[in-house]
Ligand binder design. Structure first.
Ligand code: MN3
Length: 200
């Protein structure tokens, strides 16, 4: 059974003007699709083809001989997670349980935003910034390339993609502007709350 490109949870123009349909046509239609295609080529005719994405990621993490498998599986999972982290004009609606945890673990919602922006902007080269739960605490982290909290025993709540392909068509080199728009206009806190409820 082949891996499939998961449908976007919104229309390609649903995030305009913050993320253009043009950007999504490449980011989802070309980049995300390419990771799915590569993963299918790497797992074809192998027992891996019937494993879950999560099991492939955990089973290949840290194994240099499986870097291609990890990178493509990780990027499929990370992009699925990123699309779910986005919802237009919902960023100021933080469910109470998340707001309480942000205040407890960061000091304030603004302190969380500052920490998240700092992680996203300082990730050198391609990668991701995350809000995660680890040891019962909300934390901000960043990962390079295809790396993912799933490979580190961490439970992700939100992510922003800071590969250049995520923002270059709309923001050119201005990654800080893209990250600010994500935090001010695009965070899907309902998804983060669902994920928090699933945290062990
Ligand atoms: Mn991307």
């Amino acid at each position: 059974m082949a891996f499939e490109l998961a449908p976007l949870p919104f229309a390609q123009d649903a995030l305009e003007p913050y993320i253009s349909a043009h950007t999504l046509s490449f980011h989802y239609g070309k980049h995300h699709q390419a990771y799915v295609t590569n993963l299918n080529n790497l797992t074809k005719d192998s027992p891996l083809a019937t494993q879950s994405l999560e099991d492939i990621i955990k089973g290949s993490a840290g194994d240099a001989s499986k870097a291609g498998l990890f990178n493509n599986a990780g990027q499929v999972w990370n992009h699925n997670f990123f699309w779910n982290s986005l919802k237009k004009d919902a960023a100021d609606r933080i469910p109470g349980e998340i707001e309480t945890r942000l205040n407890a673990d960061f000091g304030s919602v603004q302190a969380f935003k500052d920490a998240f922006a700092q992680a996203a902007v300082t990730q050198f080269g391609s990668g991701w910034a995350w809000l995660i739960v680890e040891d019962g605490k909300l934390k901000v982290t960043k990962t390079a390339n295809a790396d993912t909290p799933l490979a580190h025993g961490q439970h992700a709540l939100l992510t922003v993609d800071v590969w250049e392909h995520a923002y270059y068509l709309d923001y050119q080199n201005r990654r800080p502007d893209f990250v600010k728009v994500f935090l001010d206009h695009l965070v899907n806190w309902d998804f983060a709350a669902e994920r928090l409820a699933q945290a062990g």
